[in-house]
Ligand binder design. Structure first.
Ligand code: UD1
Length: 417
């Protein structure tokens, strides 16, 4: 499958943001801590959600979609080892580790894969589990965690890992006593997970700050019926950048504007007009598009997931932008592709030096990971002539109907088999 984009396009109209992928994935894992059928609303149809559903089905959990809702029934939940064919497809599959350990006292999972953005260890997840009393062994590509009793602990993360914070929060919910997670990640998706857990009877406080406190409760939680997932700030950010990059006028609805502050600040600095209301943001072109410097940071800093899309914008901004990627190694795989489209970008270690050019030109390019794929679609919208984006399975992992949404905004974009 590939996307064929004929440009240049100017996006105009209204686009609605789907539920947050990075909130749904941990919440699906949190269902493993619950007895009964959880009902989660606003669940986007994404490749990654399908993979997580396969992981749950493998554990004899019954997942059923009803429109935008996903019903997750754990009545027949059974402990199984998680094979490599599942973990390789998605790193977030390692988030079942904490809940399964908490429920069964044991878990065996193939060491997780990633999404082509560098070495992504899970040492902080494992260190935290050990602190709660788990014994960890690694054998033949599998991680085995065992604990007869999990007890609350004080854990200070070496760095604010999103996944480790979530895994440890979920484990602590059924541990004996209180767990304090210091230097926790503060991403909004962690707050959504806390809300889901508490709705199910857990006692978690502090998500959204750097200290999370979990008081263990003994019984399995009770499946919540009707948790609404927060809107996807990364999808929203992608649309805001797409509007700005095509010099269009777009209303992005179903957003929590505070979650987008780091991006809005940069867009305004670049000369883009952004008007914010309670649950929507309007983007209009300013007089010019100017270069800006940015560095990716844990929330509330500029999100690494928007670094690639932002590069497409800066490739067309007047002047020289300096972009530093602080979160992941090897998250520059969109750069050679953007260069093929005429972008003037130099890579120096973790830094990019982007010299804006007046126009990009369509080319045949490849999406090497999810956000790199989004960046190429955005570049293709703005570029002259035809852009063909290959390997769009990566894009489908994290964006629901991206080309349909952009077609409704007037773009000439088609999916071709
Ligand atoms: C999550 C998001 C992903 C986003 C990332 C950073 C989900 C499903 N995915 O990924 O979209 O790009 O946060 O905002 O929510 N690290 C370690 N040891 C660990 C764990 C992480 O060294 O045990 C390192 C990683 O290699 C990486 C950095 O910490 O360099 C951040 O990783 P982390 O915050 O854990 O990201 P994910 O949870 O994998």
């Amino acid at each position: 499958m590939r996307l064929v984009i004929k440009g240049p396009n100017v996006l105009r109209g209204k686009v609605r943001v789907s539920g947050a992928k990075n909130a749904v994935l941990p919440i699906l894992c949190a269902c493993l801590l619950c007895d009964g059928e959880s009902v989660i609303s606003g669940v986007p149809q994404l490749g990654d959600v399908a993979v997580m559903s396969s992981v749950l089905r493998h554990l004899k959990v019954f997942c059923r979609r009803e429109g935008e809702a996903l019903k997750v029934d754990t009545n027949a939940l059974q402990l199984e080892e998680i094979p490599e064919e599942l973990t390789r497809r998605m790193r977030a599959s390692c988030l079942v580790m904490g809940p399964l350990l908490a429920r069964f006292g044991r878990v065996k999972i193939a060491a997780p894969g990633g999404c082509n953005i560098g070495a992504r260890p899970i040492d902080l997840h494992l260190k935290g589990l050990k602190a709660m009393g788990a014994e960890i062994n690694e054998r033949a590509g599998f991680i085995i965690a065992e604990a007869r009793r999990l007890r609350g602990a004080e854990i200070h993360l070496d760095l604010p890992s999103v996944g480790a914070t979530e895994n440890l929060m979920m484990t602590a919910v059924l541990a004996e006593g209180t767990t304090i997670i210091g230097n926790a990640a503060k991403e909004p998706e962690i707050v959504d997970l806390q809300n889901f857990l508490n709705r199910a009877g857990a006692r978690v406080r502090g998500a959204g700050t750097s200290t999370i406190r979990v008081e263990g409760v003994k019984r399995p939680l009770v499946a919540p019926r009707g948790h609404q997932v927060i809107p996807d700030r990364i999808e929203a950010g992608t649309h805001l950048i797409a509007a700005a990059l095509t010099r269009g006028e777009v209303e992005v609805e179903n957003v929590i504007p505070e979650h987008l502050e780091p991006l809005l600040a940069k867009l305004r600095e670049a000369g883009v007009q952004a008007e914010v209301e309670e649950d929507r943001i309007w983007i209009r072109p300013g007089d010019s598009l100017r270069a800006v410097d940015l560095r990716t940071m844990p929330y509330p800093g500029f999100p690494t997931d928007l670094q690639a899309p932002m590069c497409s914008l800066l490739a067309l901004a007047e002047g020289i932008s300096v972009v530093t990627e602080n979160i992941f190694e090897n998250r520059f795989r969109h750069i050679p592709e953007l260069q093929r489209m005429g972008a003037d970008i130099r890579i120096e270690g973790r830094t990019l030096i982007i010299r804006g050019v007046p126009q990009l030109v369509g080319a045949r390019v490849e999406a090497h990971d999810l956000r790199a794929g989004a960046a190429l679609v955005l570049a293709g919208l703005a570029a002259e002539n035809t852009t063909i984006v290959e390997r769009i399975g990566h894009i489908d992992r994290g964006y629901e109907n991206l080309e349909e949404k952009y077609r409704k905004l007037g773009a000439n974009i088609e999916r071709v088999g």
